[in-house]
Design a protein around this ligand. Structure first.
Ligand code: FES
Ligand code: FES
Length: 156
């Protein structure tokens, strides 16, 4: 039996799109099917964080979100974040190696940076606890996030 099809309207990285969703398709699947390949999928069980996006400002694993529930949502992927100060800091600290985890890392880190609370090392570790990186050992990632937090707080 075919699964029911529905359509939802999303704003992804500032662009509005109406997309078809079939049955229990995840937000991750729909995003990738519509060209948002910066959003990575690996475990598809909420364990690795590679699929992280901000949905209406909240950090979510897009593999765990049913696309059919997302009508009207605003989704931010790593696309713009990779090009800003955080992406640059990660590169400077050698925190991008194979790069597979990087989109999820920048999204999770941005959620922490946007919290308004000055970040400690422990807070960064906690914020990234759901994002697995098999390459870097995390030290460069943590240093980059702390550097960006300090820079954004510095008087201009
Ligand atoms: S693919 Fe979503 S948490 Fe791993
Ligand atoms: S840089 Fe390879 S998984 Fe993180």
């Amino acid at each position: 039996m075919n699964s029911p099809e529905a359509s939802v309207t999303l704003v992804v990285d500032g662009a509005r799109a109406t997309v078809a969703t079939i049955g229990p398709a995840s937000l991750l699947a729909v995003l990738r099917d519509h060209g948002h390949l910066v959003v990575k999928g690996a475990c598809e069980q909420g364990e690795c964080g590679s699929c992280s996006v901000l949905m209406d400002g909240a950090l979510v694993c897009s593999c765990l979100v049913a696309a059919a529930t997302c009508d009207g949502a605003t989704v931010q992927t790593a696309r713009s974040l990779l090009a800003d100060d955080l992406g640059a800091a990660l590169a400077r600290h050698g925190a991008v190696q194979c790069g597979f985890c990087t989109p999820g890392i920048v999204v999770a880190a941005e959620a922490a940076l946007a919290s308004g609370v000055a970040l400690t090392r422990a807070a960064v570790v906690d914020a990234l606890a759901g994002n697995l990186c098999r390459c870097t050992g995390y030290q460069g990632i943590i240093a980059a996030v702390l550097e960006v937090d300090a820079a954004r707080r510095a008087p201009r």
